[in-house]
Design a protein around this ligand. Structure first.
Ligand code: A3P
Length: 330
């Protein structure tokens, strides 16, 4: 028996609705619980596909992050650090959105059946040449993805950002979605859901803590960096990432090389590239490329969150982070 696409999707919908606990999110969206974390229906399906099919190569670099913590910036940085001697790659950030240079597994590569003629995507997830080194991104929590990540010697770079700026960035990002127009995600509700952990790929706190713990246990496998450190001392962070990735900055030009990478990946530079200003929708993502660049600042939450909202988030941060000695996020 062959099912047509509509029938298949109906079957899948019914399966997800009946098999997973769900909570209303906003608009017509629900979030579904999978191994203690929350996913939209689409990303629940694609995460399952990634878990079943993705095999990291030993030389791969996986950029992991919670959404809105600086993933796009890190994509640009990792690409620039690893391609800095590749003359064919010189203008890649001028003509490509960082999402194109480093695709994300569950929000990009596994969103749809990749047509055989899409050689770019096929290449990214091909298992044919395990010696090839790729950089791929993911928001899948370590608690779910750790087994896959540890199935090869691939390296992991994890970026995080303070919880209040992360939430405000997420809130702004979703304001651009159709769902928001129909039924806005009120900021008060967003704060409540964020604190309960019921946001896509949440809980934020559990997400951050597991990758951090792994970076402390195995610093040669997982490199942990924060958005705030990157803002404060980008050169130092770039240098450390070069070392971690096995391509350290050496020789008499090392200072200039680091400075150049920091410059071409800066918010000012990238957000002004035509490709990144585009309001066109990428093929497999529901929001335009320009939605990945907004303000790029530390502390913007102060312009939006009321005192009680700040207190509520800070209380959770104290409990979850400070309680175990991770003095971050307030
Ligand atoms: P804001 O909404 O606070 O401006 P992600 O890439 O994980 O989706 O995160 C998006 C956030 O990173 C947005 O934050 C965006 O503006 C910011 N960002 C994107 N590129 C950046 C860059 N090159 N430098 C600093 N911040 C950047």
């Amino acid at each position: 028996m062959h099912l047509n696409i509509m029938e298949k999707s109906e079957l899948n919908n019914n399966h997800i609705n009946s098999s997973f606990q769900r909570e209303k999110w906003f608009g017509h969206e629900f979030l579904y619980e999978f191994h203690g974390f929350w996913f939209t229906k689409t990303y629940l399906e694609t995460t399952q596909k990634v878990l079943e099919n993705f095999k990291p190569h030993p030389k791969d670099v996986i950029l992991a992050s919670f959404p809105k913590t600086g993933t796009t910036w890190l994509k640009a940085l990792l690409h620039s650090i690893t391609h800095r001697y590749d003359t064919k790659d010189e203008n890649s950030l001028t003509f490509n959105h960082p999402q194109e240079l480093i695709p994300s597994l569950e929000t990009n590569l596994y969103v749809q059946e990749i047509p055989q003629n899409n050689t770019n995507s096929q290449e990214f997830i091909s298992t044919k040449n395990p010696q090839k080194s790729r950089i791929l991104a993911t928001h899948i929590p370590y608690q779910i993805f750790g087994g896959v990540l540890n199935s090869s010697d691939c390296k992991v770079v994890y970026v995080t950002r303070n919880p209040k700026d992360t939430l405000i960035s997420l809130w702004h990002f979703l304001r651009k979605s159709k769902n928001f127009e129909q039924d806005p995600w009120e900021l008060g509700a967003a704060v409540d859901q964020f604190c309960k952990g019921i946001v896509p790929f949440g809980s934020y706190y559990d997400h951050v803590l597991a990758y951090r713990e792994e970076s402390l246990k195995r610093p040669q496998k997982v490199h942990f960096v924060t958005y705030e450190e990157l803002k404060e001392n980008p050169k130092n962070c770039v240098e450390k990432m070069g070392e971690f990735l096995g391509c350290p900055f050496e020789g008499e030009n090392r200072e200039e090389e680091i400075e150049e990478i920091v410059k071409i990946c800066s918010f000012e530079k990238l957000s002004n590239q035509e490709v990144n200003k585009s309001s066109e929708l990428p093929k497999v993502f529901p929001l335009p490329y320009n939605s990945f660049y907004r303000k790029g600042q530390v502390g913007d939450h102060m312009n939006y969150l009321e005192d009680e909202m700040i207190e509520k988030i800070d209380n959770i941060t104290r409990e979850k982070f400070h309680g175990i000695g991770f003095m971050y996020g307030i």
